[in-house]
Design a protein around this ligand. Sequence first.
Ligand code: TPP
Length: 557
Amino acid sequence: MKGAKIFIESLLKEDVKVLFGYPGGALLPIFDFLYDSPIKFFLTRHEQAAAHAADGYARSTGKVGVCIATSGPGATNLVTGIATAYMDSVPMVAFTGQVKTSLIGNDAFQEADVTGVTRSITKYNYLVKDAGQLASTIKEAFYLARTGRPGPVLVDIPVDVQLQDTSFNYPKDIDLRSYKPTYYGHPGQIKKALKLIYSSKKPVIIAGGGVVISGASRELVHFAEKLNIPVTTTLMGLGGFPGTHPLSLGMPGMHGTVYANMAITESDLLISVGCRFDDRVTGRVDAFAPEAKIIHIDIDPTSISKNIKVDIPIVGDVKNILGQMLEEIENKKIQNPSTWIKRVNEFKKSHPLVYKKDSKAIKPQNVVEEFYLQTKGKAIIVTEVGQNQMWAAQFYRIDEPRNFLSSGGLGTMGYGFPAAIGAKVGNPDRIVLNVAGDGSIQMNIQELATVSTYDIGVKNIILNNSYLGMVRQWQELFYKRRYSGTPLKNPDFVKIASGYGVKGIKVTKSSDVKKAVKEILSHKGPVIADFVIEEEENVFPMVPAGEAINRMIGGMA
Ligand SMILES: Cc1ncc(C[n+]2csc(CCOP(=O)(O)OP(=O)(O)O)c2C)c(N)n1
């Protein structure tokens, strides 16, 4: 069997149904076999978009996302998408074509050392030099991508390897001696942690992306309810604990809720579940949870005490560990910290998320709220990066895991639209909204061609403030309103949509928001909606960079 055919057969063995990518000379043999394979291929209009689409597919379905690009510029165009997936622990396998093995290192036409380039942004990467190694390499790549702390794996396949004949044997099992993730928590550590929990008076759970990835939401709800502990969910953890649950504190950190940040600051015990203490969450590290002992549950031992020093680490899969803890506490009497819950609820009441309503100018928060109401909180929300991302996180309350997709770690503008394409392909019956800024949407706006070609009903909600809003906000607050490099002269988005054969709609008055949202949601196909919003609206509350998280500005009722 030819290497190219082995590639297709191996993907089928991995149950790959969809592939996002872009062809080129170094991939011709593979694309020839793809032509009549059952794998559905989606041609994006830029390789970066193929990587983000695979990422959105993976985050929304829990399956491994797969993308492919040709050698040289095709491969380097994938880099931002791979780095985005790496930072957010997304299971993805990226394939790249490579020049002939005999030409590698010769500065051949369209040659790039893609394994070198992606070494620090992949969980692992391979250059396959012999077709005899292809099947086992693909098996390993998928295994590595989805197990342990998931992440992107890249497989670089020279064109002559794709043409080489060999026999096809797809390995059944895998045994990597140097890769043995820990899945269950150490019983001694669990006992110690529970002892600390029983004696705490002001505990807070901080739930991160690990809860979503490991599918631990139900366990987390049981755990929090049983012990009556409030839960704050990071941007990556949104939906890992229901946003509408009475114990939910919303998001912590830079644009988190006042009550989440106050609860963390006053707490005597912080239980981190699959959260890696990103600096956007902690603010000034020495003032973060200053009174608290910290329990840190994480599958990745290198995350432990990396940003925040912890007292009790428990390494393993958070779903298993919460399960282990729930078994242990089964019949124990738990002290009910009702005074603490009362205090937290007072914070919630006195400092809700607010914004100034306006009868004329459209408020971005109101647009998000209106979508929340009309979709009954059931949409998959994808975001771009900037203010749009924060307004989506604050005002669309997410109750289910895998329903909020956002580039948290890398903060990649241009992520949202293609990731929404991947999410819609993986969940064709769901409403998929991409909450976007007028800057971000233009980073991958060419994907209108993709949604038009395959009729992928993604709704792009542009919160159009004619600025690179989040940067402008910092310039307003910390650089004397000197708007350097942030004003945007935008195109007519409705005309652009129409050029691609996509429905476009422009909304300029706040009184039209409700009707417009209804119109957008009732259209089956893709939409680009241009909401012209208050230009200098800010995201509040805000913790200035490097400040303690209880030193918030703005947004107080
Ligand atoms: C690829 C990339 N380039 C630059 C940035 C820095 N950055 C962060 S937010 C932002 C502004 C985003 O503007 P827009 O998409 O219009 O969204 P808004 O903040 O106005 O909602 C910029 C430039 C980034 N995150 N990603």
